[in-house]
Each structure stands twice: as C-alpha cells, then as structure tokens.
Design a protein around this ligand. Structure first.
Ligand SMILES: [Cu+2]
Length: 119
C-alpha cells in the first residue's frame, strides 16, 4: 500500500532568484567581467595563502604590516617579482593563462602562497 501523496507545491520565489542569478552570471561571463581578488600581507603571511581565480582575473597584494616590507616573487617565472611593497602599498597582477602559480616573498622565502587559475 502506498502512502498518500501530498500535493506538490512549488514556490516560485527562490526559483526565480536562482534563475536571475544564473542569468547575471551568464551576462558577467559574456561581458568578460574580470575580477580582482585581494590578498593581504600581514604577520609575515599571505592571507589567504591560496586563491582560486579564472583566466583574466587579477590578484592584488596589499601590505598590511606596520613596518615590514615584502614582495611577491614567482620563482618559476624567471624570478618575476613585484617591487618592494612598503606598509599600505599594493601590487597587482593579471593572470591570462590557466595554471598553478606558486609564489613567495623575496626577502622572506618562508612566506608562501599560491594562485590557482582555472579556465
Ligand atoms: Cu616578506
């Protein structure tokens, strides 16, 4: 014997919201809207130490220390390095190819971070 089925009631609100956000995402994608993701440098750490972005997006590193300077160094790319970032300075880089980009800080090699760029 089957249990009595309750009538299915659909709620249009959340579904419409989902559709609207899907459409917005499509529009943003079609327009090639690139994003800039922030990474803070504080306490001798990159925060967050790992970010995942898409091709065309940028990452902006900002030094939030009180008095220590840092840099952003990509050893695998012939030592591509930002200028030295003093407190409250920032530097950004756009990523135009998918891949994994490990980086460190020139003067403090114990500091590590990674940018993962997806298609
Ligand atoms: Cu450093």
């Amino acid at each position: 014997m089957q249990p009595a089925r309750k009538p299915i009631r659909r709620r249009a609100g959340p579904l419409l919201l989902k559709r609207a956000s899907a459409v917005l995402a499509l529009v943003a994608f079609a327009a090639g809207a690139a994003e800039t993701v922030d990474v803070a440098i504080e306490g001798y750490k990159f925060m967050p130490a790992e970010v995942t972005i898409r091709v065309g997006d940028s990452v902006r590193w900002s030094n939030r220390e009180k008095r220590t300077s840092h840099s952003v160094l990509f050893p695998a790319e012939s030592g591509l390095e930002s200028e030295r970032l003093f407190p409250d300075e920032s530097w950004q880089r756009q990523f135009t190819r998918a891949g994994r980009y490990d980086y460190t800080c020139g003067p403090h090699p114990e500091m590590k971070g990674v940018v993962i760029v997806g298609e």
